[in-house]
Design a protein around this ligand. Structure first.
Ligand SMILES: O=C(O)C(=O)C[C@]1(C(=O)O)C=C[C@@H](O)C=C1
Length: 356
């Protein structure tokens, strides 16, 4: 077959695909009407997960899993935009890793609202100026994002999904490498690239700023002072900087886990993760006793962080992630047992335990 003949066949298939997508859009519109009538959440992570799992399992063609997921991410993004004028708040400005995580989850058809800091992301969702928010919670090299953990303590919002994003940091500048005197970046990124900085720029000044996009902007504006930035390649693209070195993070697999926050949590999917926080009574053995609730019910704990309560010196709040959904029988029993040892227990949410 010659090229023209093959392209004619592709055109016919695209016509069919578009017709099918339009039929899907009509049904999605109906879903939106029902959800609004019944006051249900527009974004349904449990349904998205089930749909993706089913498509990947039934795929017998040439398309790799990654491509099927990327295509359907955008189909469902278009669906979300058709159902409602969805707005997602994230730590801006445009081009930050949080922005990229948000796009990975919600696609390109929904609206985005960059915020200057984490508390404003929480605030926008709480005041219904945004439908959902995206915030980083931990990095595989640098650990917890403590500011996010602290914001959950007084918030009424819930976690409804998680996003895992591989973070590849770069050195970017509009000057030559040998002229660099100052490095700008977000503190988390400095932490992720600590060994590389010590080896390559042991005497450079390190200046912490609120985001990697801001760092790129400053590298541009202060180029004459020897400024460069560390961050993602999108930040370099936005501010027209040259990538002088890529993949400078100390661990190749460097990954950040982000959370989607909204008014409600997510229904069970069969493979879920639950995030809780609690404060224990100040007595010997309290923490051990509290955690034994999970051992008794064979529940795996994947993470524990402690943060100062900020109410009383040397009093702590513990943040724990566990396998299972808060509606699962063993998890709800463990949470009830936990409450006997604590002055406060709060379930932040249960959500699909995706590994990408
Ligand atoms: O099934 C739903 O609840 C929908 O809103 C439809 C749909 C889809 O495109 O399939 C879109 C958005 C939701 O997050 C999940 C699925």
């Amino acid at each position: 077959m010659n090229l023209d003949d093959i392209r004619k066949q592709i055109d016919l298939i695209d016509q069919d695909l578009l017709n099918l997508l339009s039929q899907r859009a009509d049904l999605v519109h109906e879903v939106g009407v029902v959800k609004k009538r019944d006051n249900l959440q527009i974004y349904a992570p449990e349904r998205e997960q089930a749909l993706l799992d089913r498509l990947v399992a039934m795929n017998q063609g040439r398309l790799p899993e990654k491509s099927i997921k990327a295509i359907y991410r955008e189909i469902m993004s278009a669906a979300l935009a058709l159902e409602d004028d969805l707005k997602i708040a994230y730590l801006g400005p445009e081009g930050t890793w949080t922005h990229q995580a948000a796009i990975k989850k919600f696609g390109h058809s929904v609206g985005y609202s960059p915020q200057p800091n984490f508390s404003d992301v929480f605030d926008q969702v709480a005041r219904r100026q945004a439908d959902y928010g995206v915030v980083p919670i931990e990095n595989s090299t640098e650990g917890a994002v403590s500011h996010t953990l602290d914001l959950f303590v007084d918030s009424t919002l819930h976690i409804c999904a998680q996003i895992l994003l591989r973070i590849e940091n770069c050195l970017m500048a509009s000057i030559a490498r040998e002229d660099i005197k100052t490095l700008y970046s977000h503190p988390q990124v400095f932490g992720q690239c600590r060994n590389w900085i010590l080896k390559n720029f042991p005497s450079a000044d390190l200046v912490e700023v609120s985001s990697t996009t801001k760092a790129a902007q400053l590298a541009k504006e202060k180029a004459h002072e020897g400024a460069a930035a560390l961050g993602g390649s999108l930040a370099a693209e936005i501010h027209g900087l040259t990538l002088l070195e890529s993949a400078i993070q100390d661990r190749a697999t460097n990954t950040t886990r982000f959370l989607v926050i909204g008014e409600k949590t997510c229904p069970p999917t069969g493979k879920d993760r639950t995030s809780i926080l609690f404060a224990i009574n100040d007595r010997p053995g309290s923490l051990v006793n509290a955690l034994q609730a999970f051992e008794h019910l064979h529940i795996n704990l994947s993470k524990i962080e402690s943060r100062p309560s900020k109410r009383k010196d040397w009093e702590y709040i513990f943040h724990v992630d566990l396998s299972g959904h808060c509606e699962d029988e063993n998890v709800s029993k463990a949470l009830a047992e936990l409450a006997n040892h604590c002055s406060m227990v709060k379930v932040l949410g249960s959500y699909p335990d995706v590994s990408e």
